[in-house]
Design a protein around this ligand. Structure first.
Ligand SMILES: Nc1ncnc2c1ncn2[C@@H]1O[C@H](COP(=O)(O)OP(=O)(O)O)[C@@H](O)[C@H]1O
Length: 207
């Protein structure tokens, strides 16, 4: 099962991504989590070793997570999107890491049309196909109130507002991209995590 979870800040992407990974026993790739790890300078995520990054990725490879964090920090601190090239490079490396086989949940990526197109090229290259893009739809006020209620370092009011703006401006357009490919599932995210998960599994027609 290969899934992408789409939604604005505070839509429940991370919560549902973690639930689906537990249910299907497949790994989670969260760009927000990788970037926050990179910025915090903690040990690299288990299974994610830059030094073993696949040399076939012709793009420049960051020598370490902290280098990625150094470049990503200024954007995240303003609620801006990290440049596509950096994120695409991150995903190209991450999906080729040995701990990722052919089933995964991708959360926080894609966020732009360019990222969505590059994901399709990468999956073609890997001989994989995306099963579903799951869009968690919640009202803007719910996104903002949930994000402000979290304790993530990039959840200050002005940053949250900018992330929501960017969601409508850059990520909403890719819903059409996946709808055209008949792999978009739209779920009401403004309900309990249990109900959201049940709605998703029902659409997969999983008991
Ligand atoms: N696919 C991506 N493209 C560009 N920037 C990203 C991407 N994923 C995460 N980021 C950066 O990391 C920050 C936090 O991401 P995330 O935890 O997914 O936030 P949100 O709660 O807004 O979904 C974003 O505001 C953005 O700066």
């Amino acid at each position: 099962m290969r899934l992408v979870i789409l939604g604005g800040s505070g839509s429940g992407k991370s919560t549902q991504a973690q639930r689906l990974c537990r249910y299907f026993e497949i790994p989670l790739i969260s760009t927000g989590e990788i970037l926050r790890e990179a910025i915090s300078g903690n040990q690299p995520l288990p299974g994610f070793r830059w030094s073993e990054a696949d040399p076939r990725t012709s793009l420049s490879v960051y020598a370490s997570l902290s280098e990625l964090g150094y470049h990503a920090r200024p954007y995240m601190q303003k609620g801006e999107l990290v440049p596509d090239k950096m994120i695409i490079e991150l995903i190209q490396i991450r999906l080729r890491q040995p701990d990722i086989q052919c089933d995964w949940v991708l959360e926080g990526y894609p966020r732009t049309a360019f990222q969505a197109e590059e994901l399709d090229f990468l999956l073609d290259d890997l001989g994989q196909k995306l099963d579903w893009a799951i869009y968690l739809q919640v009202p803007e006020a719910v996104m903002v109130s949930r994000s402000l209620g979290r304790s993530l370092p990039d959840d200050q009011p002005e940053i949250v507002q900018r992330r929501v703006e960017l969601f409508y401006d850059r990520t909403i357009p890719i819903l059409e991209y996946y709808d055209r490919r008949r792999c978009l599932l739209t779920i009401n995210g403004d309900q309990s995590p249990e109900m959201v998960q049940q709605n998703i599994l029902t659409l997969f027609s999983v008991p």
